[in-house]
Write a protein that binds this ligand. Sequence first.
Ligand code: GUN
Ligand code: ZN
Length: 431
Amino acid sequence: MRIFRATVLDTPDDPFTGGALRVDHDGGIAVEHDGIVCARGGFADVVRDYPDAEVVDLRPGLLLPGFVDTHVHLPQVRVIGALGMPLLDWLDKCALPEEARMADPAYARAVGAEILRGLVAAGTTSALVFGAHFRPAMEAFADAVHESGLRITTGLVVADRVLPESLLTTPQRAYDDAVALADAWADTGLRYAVTPRFSLSSSSELLDACGAVAYARPDVFVTSHVNENPVEVERVRELHGTDYVSTYEKYGLLGGSTVLAHNVHPSDDELRLLAARRTSVAHCPTSNSALGSGLFPLRRHRLAGVRVALGSDVGAGTGLSLLKEGLQAYFMQQLLGNQGEPLTAAHLLHLATAAGADALGLHQVGDLSVGKEFDAVWVSPRSDGVLAGALEHAKDAEDALAKVFALGTDADLGGVWIGGQVPLARHTLVP
Ligand code: GUN
Ligand code: ZN
């Protein structure tokens, strides 16, 4: 038994529906050997109940739930930072040439190790990872995930048109590969996501094959892109003859275990359909900014009842930090003026943690309540940075949290736990 002593902040009650930030000043979280939180409260009270527990003193600083990234691309970690291109140019010139390199398993292994290290460094403990187009790359990634301890959902990306030849598959092969990987990963902790890249690179037959996998395996997730860029949206309509969301609906790909990235340009009908299917949207603020995709209509999603969480969308997104994504989400709602959703620090924390856990069906994480697994990140500002002084002078806990989103970087994270364990500790992931 260990007791983690810190000021603890989390959002078990959704701030978008009236919940407030939960704060334990000088709190104590008792964690069993199996990683489950068994008590929480003021440190003095918790230590009185468990006088023999080891105390992990995380003062000063803040303890938050581990971050949940609902959209991040495995093969794009080395192309972060390309500026000045809209989506389709960026895919052609930047992302897809890099993704073709994942055909080499040694290259894929190195990239997989890099992204897992990067996620942990950013305080991310769970992620829905958009995979690679090559099955050996995904098999190597699965091995690295098992060693890492991260909670990962991922799958082989499939496309059968528009993209460079080496990235294409066939509907039959897409079906067979997905079923084989989902079978191989069953009961390993790694969850499978059926992953058509986007409707623009999918024939009807390919989407149908993806729908068949989802139908045959009700336990799998589904992920793709939707309504990201106006030119893309128009081309999808020309190709499939419907709105973008309907291209997935038609093949049984929408449900409570589906996460679609972006949705910057939805119609009201599309929002209604996403809400009816309980499908989640991964909002990717730095990507939407870097590619000039547009300002995410968060308020329209909320009013329609669509579930929304945060994604880094690396490599169009500018890094793996969900602190940065949270801050950028806030900026973009400000820019929307009276159409925007005014966001507080509690909203940003919720989007980066509990909302992500909900989107990914990870009900055992997302906040630090009794009964949850202890997935946590310790914000421990570096002494030579501005954040340390800012936190000392924060008015209250919510103000401190806003400063963490405004100023915090990976260098300010002092520790990460997943199910009570330090990830990547047992193995170095250097290939
Ligand atoms: N749409 C299809 N593929 C991609 C991708 O890799 N990144 C983004 N942002 N959008 C996409
Ligand atoms: Zn993406």
